[in-house]
Design a protein around this ligand. Structure first.
Ligand code: ADP
Ligand code: ZN
Length: 634
């Protein structure tokens, strides 16, 4: 499906300046409007009067047939008595030229005859008035036409004429690589594009083909748009951005014309960066099982044609972002199109720390702020989450009337992002409170007693707006990329520890453990079907992962028998962990009671307080991977 459009380049290299033709069009349109209006106006006004001869006027005067007279510099308007007798809407005045002479004398004479003389203008200012009125009308219309045409084709936001896709052009993004924390691999891959935009000749001289496009792939909020802007900023070229979903319209052909417009606009200001966000909206594979979609196909064809058509030596680089690279049409990924794939990963510990640093650059921080702690607590968070966290913290500081953001602000806003704000007015009965306390201590105690668990940093039974009635927060001490089977088993035991405590202490099962159970099940299912950690299936992975960058769900692609076996194994694994958890808690029943009482009294306790109790019982503890929180849900 090859389209090779040889586009004629008729756009002068004026470095992004507004084309001069624009002013002339505006002028011509204005002149036309003013001329049309003035001729219309004079046509209307002349139909108001009946042109007569001067002798008709004299005759009417002598026969006493005049009702009203108005002298203007070189003409006289008058109303005969017959006309004056008609109803006002039908009255039509007569007009005739006025020979040079003593107008004042004539006026005096008419006055004496009892004719109403309305106005006497003896000086000739009609020409000045006329010119003035033309100039003013012209000016008004000129401004009007200019604003209207600017709307449709001016700088800044472009409405793109008839098609109203939102193309944003920024002459200077003002964003540089310094504003993008981490993502070193991505920056390195993009460096070449920047170098090329700076100095295309270096590449063309040697005969090298320049990259036309690169695909930024990564989860939402990891900074793909930011990176694209930074490329434009570093290369100091204009930045066009449009979202793939803007191309998709009900009407066949609209998307294609928008694509054409976009590249036309870009060609005018090249070198520049064209950024297409969510390219999967247009670039979806054409041979999907839902049948074809003519509009989307046309748009995609146009896009492919444009990418092939533009001459990259002019310096248009097309960047696109997606979080579902696997659904893109193969044609888009062919050499010469988006053949470079740049992975924009979720940040690791150092990346998160850098992101926090970037976003706190302009924020006043109190002495006690320890960004490293926050970075440790936010495993799995993307740049957008961290930016949000910092902003929430700053807002909290303002609300409390402080001049700087302190560690507490950051911690509270972190909790808010994961658990919602504290909900002070949820009233729990005493029994409920005791249940929640034991449930949370159940989680915490298992984590505290196990070798492979992550240290507990906080336990609370203050309800939160997210619906959690309490939670246990665990914080890893270092970033880990691998988890052993033992660590995962510990995580499972910690997750079911809440339910185990309810069962042991109260002999009941509550709905509060539902979130824990869902997460434990998901983890156990992954262990069995993806990680090869079950005896029955061994190294066989009956599942595959879809949409890796959208927290991809694993789906089973295996026989029904295997699928049933997976379910059995998951159940066995969970049962084993549950029994273990109950055993651990039963043998530490005193400790469980003590800590639960303390938590009931204080509502929130820190990891250190918890460990003080545990150490008093003289149990060894160790650290483990990956942060987590356990919810007790309503
Ligand atoms: P995406 O396009 O991948 O969905 P964005 O580029 O729109 O994500 O990121 C949203 C916001 O998150 C950015 O405006 C920025 O404030 C913040 N952000 C994301 N990643 C980073 C990063 N690596 N460094 C600094 N800020 C980041
Ligand atoms: Zn729980």
């Amino acid at each position: 499906m090859e389209q090779n459009r040889n586009r004629k380049d008729d756009t002068p290299k004026n470095g992004g300046k507004r084309p001069k033709g624009n002013i002339w069009t505006t002028l011509i349109i204005t002149v036309a409007i003013v001329l049309i209006l003035s001729s219309l106006f004079s046509a209307i006004s002349s139909s108001h009067y009946t042109e007569t001869t001067y002798s008709h006027f004299l005759n009417a005067m002598e026969t006493g047939n005049l009702a009203e007279v108005e002298f203007q510099y070189d003409r006289v308007l008058y109303l005969t008595k017959e006309a004056a007798a008609l109803p006002p809407a039908q009255q039509k005045a007569c007009v005739t030229g006025l020979p040079a002479g003593n107008v004042m004398e004539l006026a005096g004479k008419l006055d004496a005859m009892g004719v109403k003389v309305n106005q006497v203008i003896t000086e000739d200012n009609s020409i000045i008035m006329m010119i003035l009125s033309y100039v003013i009308t012209f000016a008004i219309f000129f401004l009007l036409v200019r604003t209207v045409t600017k709307r449709f084709s001016g700088d800044g936001m472009m409405g793109m004429g008839a098609s109203k896709a939102k193309v944003y052009m920024e002459k200077q993004t003002g964003v540089t690589f310094q504003d993008v924390a981490g993502q070193d691999e991505a920056k390195e891959s993009l460096q070449e594009i920047i170098d090329f935009l700076h100095n295309p000749k270096k590449y063309t001289d040697i005969g090298a083909k320049l990259p036309k496009g690169a695909l930024l792939v990564g989860s939402p909020g990891t900074g793909k748009t930011l990176l694209a802007k930074a490329v434009a900023g570093e290369a100091n070229v204009p930045f066009f951005s449009i979202s793939g979903s803007d191309f998709v319209e009900m009407f066949v052909g609209v998307g294609a014309s928008r694509v054409r417009d976009l590249f036309q606009q870009a060609a005018k200001v090249a070198p520049c960066i064209v950024f297409i966000d969510e390219i999967d909206a247009v670039g979806r594979s054409r041979d999907n099982k839902f049948g074809s979609n003519t509009e989307q196909e046309q748009t995609l064809n146009q896009l492919l044609g444009e990418i092939d058509g533009f001459d990259s030596s002019k310096g248009i680089v097309c960047l696109a972002a997606t979080n579902r690279p696997e659904i893109l049409d193969k044609a888009l990924l062919r050499p010469g199109r988006f053949d470079r794939r740049i992975i924009v990963d979720r940040p690791n510990l150092q990346g998160r720390l850098d992101t926090l640093k970037v976003h706190t650059r302009k924020i006043k921080l109190a002495e006690d702020v320890d960004l490293k702690k926050i970075a440790q607590a936010t495993a799995g968070a993307v740049g957008a989450d961290l930016a949000n966290l910092v902003n929430e913290a700053a807002l909290r500081a303002v609300r409390q009337g402080r001049k700087a953001v302190n560690q507490d602000d950051l911690l509270v806003s972190f909790e808010m992002v994961i658990a919602g704000t504290e909900k002070k007015n949820t009233v729990l009965t005493d029994t409920e409170k005791r249940l929640v306390a034991y449930h949370e201590v159940g989680h915490a105690l298992i984590a505290a007693l196990e070798r492979h668990a992550q240290p507990v940093s906080k336990i609370t039974i203050v309800p939160h707006t997210s619906g959690a009635l309490g939670y246990t927060m665990q914080m890893p001490e270092e970033e880990k990329y691998l988890q052993t089977a033992d660590e995962l088993m510990t995580e499972l035991r910690t997750l079911v520890g809440g339910r185990a405590a309810e069962q042991i202490v109260f002999g009941v099962q509550t709905t509060g453990a539902s979130n824990d159970i869902q997460r434990a099940t998901a983890l156990a299912r992954n262990m069995v079907s993806l990680y090869g950690m079950s005896d029955a299936l061994g190294l066989m992975a009956p599942a595959s992962v879809n949409h890796q960058y959208l927290e991809g769900q694993a789906y089973l692609d295996c026989s029904q028998e295997t699928s049933a076996l997976v379910d059995q194994e998951v159940k066995k694994l969970l049962e084993r962990c549950y029994e273990d958890a109950k055993a651990i808690l039963s043998s530490n029943r005193e400790l469980l009671d003590e800590i639960a009482q303390y938590l009931l009294a204080k509502e929130t306790i820190s990891g250190d307080e918890l460990m003080a109790y545990v150490h008093a019982k003289d149990k060894p503890t160790e650290d483990g991977p990956c942060a987590d929180t356990e919810d007790f849900e309503e």
